[in-house]
Design a binder for this molecule. Structure first.
Ligand code: PMP
Length: 372
């Protein structure tokens, strides 16, 4: 008689998931949290009160399913984008979900799948291969140049070779902070137009609001490119990571394809209410974006003045290095109450931009640990 298998190994888990751990940075209880690119400023008491009132109102109707197409939220997002970027989409060009993570999963569900390929260029956001895996899409990571910009010749070659149905470009890129000039995005769109079966190009602007003056948004390209999708989130500039609201803008036909794969009522009435209340106060919520940008630029300058190599950043974080033993530096900072992220190419570390006090704590700890 053979011994029964332990319960876990009897589960019919998909082969590609065996032995895998869930994605996520360590959630540690540390005084200075600079590890997941959050906005360090919570909503003001006034905004909290507005959000609470909106949720109370929504609660009165919670016996009913929410508006499946979240028409009011789409209209509010379109208005916000018009103010933020100068490009005001029609509401039917807007899509939203529980974080831009879910928006991108919808994209892969609609445009990826078995026998298809998603292409990106590393180092980049580490969730991209997971969206591909979870939708049984083949994942191909080309490379970025040494300065983390796109090597367009390599991009064209990779597109021609792999014939992807989806290309994912983060701009500003995580973890490097690198933004893409629009002429480069257009070059990628041109290459994608050459893919026989069609190819959707996703520009992930999760950190778009932190871009430096003179760096335009890919929203400006939407009118001319029906296979472009520009993704945004309320998690970063809005300081609403806990609310889980991400969205994208694209041609209506692309958005209609996403409506097919979403679960019914995926965006709860509470989420819709919170997002709309927040959008009504976008100026107040985003009041700190300018000071975070300034703090970012000061952090880049300080790190460089200490002899470190720092990637140019259009985001609310900075990639710096390089260290022979980056883990020791990360651990040394943690021992001093400062949690940053051990990510990116070997030898580099990433720090999110916090309050001036938090950045002072980061600098003091780094001077000690790295003997700067
Ligand atoms: N895109 C990029 C590049 C990110 O860094 C993140 C969050 N770290 C996301 C998307 C997802 O953010 P959210 O799901 O909170 O909108």
């Amino acid at each position: 008689m053979t011994a029964p298998l332990p319960a876990a190994s009897r589960l019919p888990l998909r082969d590609e998931l065996r032995g895998l751990e869930p994605y996520g940075a360590p959630q540690l209880d540390v005084p200075v949290l600079l590890n997941v690119n959050e906005n360090p400023y919570p909503p003001s008491d006034a905004v909290v009160a507005e959000i609470a009132a909106a949720v109370a109102d929504a609660a009165r109707g919670l016996n009913r399913y929410p508006d499946r197409d979240f028409a009011a939220l789409r209209a509010d997002l379109a208005t916000y984008l018009g103010v933020e970027s100068g490009v005001r989409p029609r509401p039917d060009q807007v899509w939203a979900a529980n974080g831009s993570n879910e928006v991108m999963l919808h994209l892969l569900q609609a445009f990826g799948g078995p026998g298809r390929t998603a292409l990106s260029f590393a180092p980049t956001y580490s969730m991209y291969p997971e969206y591909a895996r979870d939708t049984s899409t083949r994942w191909v990571a080309g490379r970025r140049a040494d300065d983390f910009t796109l090597d367009l010749e390599h991009v064209r070659a990779q597109v021609a070779e792999h014939q992807p149905s989806v290309i994912l470009l983060a701009s500003p890129n995580n973890p490097t902070g690198t933004a893409l000039p629009l002429d480069e995005v257009e070059e990628v769109l041109d290459a994608a137009d050459g893919v026989a079966g069609g190819c959707v190009v996703v520009v992930d602007e999760a950190y778009g609001e932190f871009r430096r003056a003179g760096t335009p948004s890919a929203l400006e390209l939407l009118e001319r490119h029906p296979s472009l999708a520009v993704s945004r989130t309320m998690s970063k500039a809005f300081g609403l990571a806990g609310a889980r609201v991400g969205y994208l803008v694209a041609d209506r036909s692309l958005v209609d394809a996403l409506r097919v794969v979403r679960l019914p009522y995926h965006l709860s009435a509470v989420t819709q209410a919170v997002a709309r209340a927040a959008l009504a106060h976008s100026a107040a919520l985003m009041a700190q974006v300018g000071s975070l940008r300034d703090e970012r630029d000061a952090t880049v300058a300080w790190l460089r003045s200490r002899g470190l190599t720092v990637a140019d950043s259009d985001a609310n974080f900075v990639l710096f290095g390089t260290f022979d033993d980056r883990h020791a530096v990360w651990q040394g900072l943690l021992d001093r109450g400062v949690l940053i992220r051990e990510t990116g190419p070997r030898g580099w570390l990433r720090v999110s931009i916090g309050t001036p006090e938090e950045m002072a704590a980061f600098r003091a700890a780094l001077v000690e640990v790295a003997q700067l």
